[in-house]
Every structure is written in C-alpha cells, then in structure tokens.
Design a binder for this molecule. Structure first.
Ligand code: AMP
Length: 459
C-alpha cells in the first residue's frame, strides 16, 4: 500500500513555492521519478547526498528543484549554487533545465565552459548570477581572473563524478573546492562507484544520505538485439539495418572519434539525414548537430560516449551500438537514451567474436539472454579487403626535428592555460578507458562474423 501511494505521489507533496510549481507544470512533469522522490526531501532539509544514478532517471530535476526552492529566499545577484559537470553538453542541458524549471523564480543562471568566447561569460557574470553550471577548466580560468567569486556559495553539486574522474578533472575540482566556503551543502552524483569516487565522497560529503537508483531501469521499455558480424562488414550491415527498420530517430555509438565522423559521413553519403558529434568538433558545429537531431533535421546522430554525455533527446526510437561499449554499465547508459518515459525503444548492437565476454556481462545485468539476429538477405561471407584501411588513422606527418625546435624558439614557451581554450585540458586522457581493446582495423579480420555467435545464427 505504501508503495502504491508512492507511485501516485505528486509534486504537490514537496510543497514547492508557486513559481517553482509553475516551472514543473511548464516542463510537463506529473509524477516525481524514483530519484526525485528520494532526493528532493533530503536536499530540501539541507542534507548532503551521494546519488548513484545516471542520465535518464530525472536526477537533474532531483537537485535543481530543491536548489531553486532554497535560493528563492535570501540574497540575489551573487553565486549561491554551483553545479560542476564534465562536458559542455551536460552543462548546457542542466542550465536549460534550470531555465525551464526556474523561469518564474527570477533567479539567474549561467553555463560556463571552454571553447567559446570568455568575454561574453565575463559580462554575464558581472551582471550578477545566482547559479553557475560549469565545466572545471573554464571555471578555474574565471576564478584565476577573479571574474567569478564563490565565496558565498551555499550548495555545490558534482554531477557525473565518475566521468569527471575519467576525464582527469579531479585535480581541477580540488582546486575549485579550495575556493568554496567550508560550510555548504554538497550533492554528488555518479553512475558508478569506483574507489576514487568513494574517496572523493568521503572528502566532500558530510553525513550524506545515499540514494541509489538501479541501473536496469530501461530494460522494461527497450527490446535488445545483437547482430553478429565481421568487423569489415559492420558499415554494410548498419546500412542494411537502417534500410529495413522503421525508425524515428537513431543514436549510433562508436568507440572512437574517428569512427563517429567516418560512419556519419558514410551514412550521409548514402542519403540518410545523418550527423556526427565527437570531441574534435567546434562548439558551434556540435550545437548545430545536436539541435538538428532534436528538431528532426537529422534523423541519425553518430557519437562517441563522451560526446554523447548528457544528450537528452526525448523520442530516440533506436540506439545502435556500432561498437559495443566496454562495460555493461556503459551499455545501460547508452540504452537509457531510448525507451524513456514509457515509450518503447530498440537497442541493436553489432558484435564481433571479440565482444562475447561483454555481451555475457550485459546479459547478466539485464537478467536475460539478448536475442541474436541475422538479416536474411545480407551476405555475411564477403571477404575482408586485403588492405582494409576503413578505420585506419591517417599517418601522422613526421615533423623534422630542426623545424619543431625552430618553431619553439620563435613562439617562446607554451601558452598558459588561461590563454588556451579552457575546458580543453592539455593532457586530457584518451576517451577509451585503460585496458579496453584497440580500435578495429588495427588487426587482421576474421573472414566471418562466426565463432560462438555464429553458431547461434538461424540461417
Ligand atoms: P535527467 O536524468 O535529469 O537527464 O532527465 C531525463 C529526462 O527526464 C529529461 O528529459 C527530463 O526533462 C525528464 N524528466 C525529469 N523528471 C521528470 C518527471 N518527473 N516526469 C517526466 N519527465 C521527467
């Protein structure tokens, strides 16, 4: 009975200020999601939170709503809440959420990240903001230039902490925290809980309430299928799949930036409305691709995991893993983009023989075997080209030693971080986690998609 009541609990229970209630209505939220039910009361009480949840669970509103409630009373025009996020997309998305939910509150927020002009941000900060959503690099630049002050901060949110760690942001985060008042509320969100996040949580949080939202949530509304195929036939199979499937909008994941770009180009060449996003794109091109995907100009978006972080597009009907992710968690995270809010979605994964262990791991998390499928009219026996350069990196041009020395002399020492595009850390680690496999194309291809996957094919 208590469970049933929880199911029907609505936002009125939280007794939000009428201007916030208006924002909830404008966003179209009717029932709080599980993380909102658990987190909102604790945040409203001023408690620290350790939230184990990922994108797609409604975690943004779970912290944004009670923060807005807190900020409605008290002073205005100085930074009282800071949300730190690993990517520009996530920062923008959180800020969009704040703008929608807080539209009637009169509170002002800004998203700050690198790769765009800093002076516009400086001007906006100077006019006074109450909430800052920031990527660590550019925020540090502002702190160094004293264009932002966090000395009166009341709430700190570290979102997607595991990805901030993966991206090498922890030293920056520690530097930022040195500039915050000791007395403050801290909310930390992470999809996974490796040792490093536990350490961070111990350092940052005071008597936190731990909230964990299961990772199997998308399984109910998403059907999963694997398509065994040889490396060299992946693109052909992908094209066939797209031709034979009725899709609304499709998010395709690749393991590397280079592949995302290449697959996007190949799909566009074949007449699909496709775009790709990966870390090398300028902010404008990313935004253009994302907006195009949101408004339907592009039906297909090809992305790497990192570039796709925080992408929130309702109505993704299909997630296709051109490359299988490295872990079951990453799989669940990718798949979380479809089947949202009781819509149904499909998740297709192209798998080669090398992927069998990851598939088994995913099946363990889902608690079920994933259906293995074949396309009837597809020729799985086309041999690999002798010199398959499909995804080989273009060779680097050797730089003559004397030339590089010459250049160094001419331009002097390396520019400081504040003059380089902030947020783009100089020694940011590769997006492929350590221990994962190298990109295909770097080793000989088996002739067939075969192996143990092949034995399950029903041709
Ligand atoms: P998030 O996990 O914060 O990225 O949220 C995922 C999506 O769910 C976003 O599109 C939110 O706008 C949406 N959302 C968040 N809370 C609710 C809710 N209570 N009811 C319906 N949609 C929601």
């Amino acid at each position: 009975m208590a469970e049933l009541q929880k199911e029907f609990m609505d936002f009125k229970t939280f007794n939000f200020h009428s201007s916030i209630a208006a924002g909830i209505e404008a966003a179209g939220y009717q029932t709080p999601t599980p993380i909102q039910r658990k987190a909102i009361p604790a945040v409203l009480k001023g408690q620290d939170i350790m939230g184990l949840a990922q994108t797609g669970t409604g975690k943004t509103a779970a912290f944004v709503l009670p923060i807005l409630e807190r900020l409605i009373n008290g002073g205005r025009g100085f930074v009282r809440a800071l949300i730190v996020a690993p990517t520009r997309e996530l920062a923008e998305q959180i800020n969009d959420n704040i703008c929608t939910l807080g539209k009637k509150t009169g509170l002002r927020s800004i998203s700050i990240y690198g790769g765009v002009n800093i002076t516009t941000q400086i001007a906006k900060l100077a006019r006074g903001v109450d909430i800052v959503v920031a990527c660590p690099g550019r925020l540090l630049d502002h702190l160094k230039q004293r264009t932002v002050s966090l000395s009166r901060l009341e709430v700190l949110v570290l979102d997607e902490a595991d990805h901030m760690f993966d991206m090498g942001f922890f030293p920056d985060i520690k530097r930022i925290m040195q500039q915050l008042p000791a007395r403050r509320q801290n909310l930390l969100f992470s999809a996974t809980m490796p040792r490093e996040i536990l350490h961070l949580a111990r350092e940052v949080l005071y008597q936190p309430v731990t909230i964990q939202i299961g990772i199997t949530a998308p399984a109910d509304t998403v059907t999963h299928a694997i398509y065994p195929v040889a490396h060299h036939l992946k693109t052909r199979l992908l094209l066939e799949l797209l031709k034979n499937t009725s899709t609304e909008s499709v998010l395709i994941f690749t393991r590397t930036k280079h592949r995302a770009k290449r697959v996007g180009e190949q799909l566009a060449k074949k007449g699909f409305k496709a775009a790709s996003i990966q870390g090398n794109l300028s902010q404008n091109r990313r935004r253009e691709a994302l907006n195009g995907f949101r408004d339907g100009t592009y039906q297909i978006l090809v992305a790497t995991d990192i570039a796709a972080r925080g992408i929130d597009v309702s109505g993704v009907s299909h997630v296709i893993n051109y490359d299988i992710p490295n872990t079951p968690d990453a799989y669940i995270h990718r798949i979380g983009r479809t089947g949202r809010a009781a819509r149904t979605g499909e998740a297709f994964t192209l798998v080669t023989d090398d992927d069998i262990n990851v598939v088994r791991g995913i099946e363990r998390v889902l608690g079920a075997r994933i259906k293995s499928k074949v396309l009837d009219d597809f020729d799985y026996d086309i041999p690999a080209p002798k010199n398959n350069q499909e995804f080989a990196r273009p060779p680097r041009k050797p730089v003559p030693r004397h030339k590089s020395l010459h250049r160094q002399k001419k331009t002097g020492p390396k520019p400081s971080r504040s003059t380089s595009p902030a947020g783009a850390k100089p020694a940011r680690p590769q997006q492929r986690p350590a221990g994962s496999k190298p990109a295909a194309g770097s080793k000989p291809k088996p002739r067939h998609g075969g192996g143990s996957f092949r034995s399950r094919r029903s041709r």
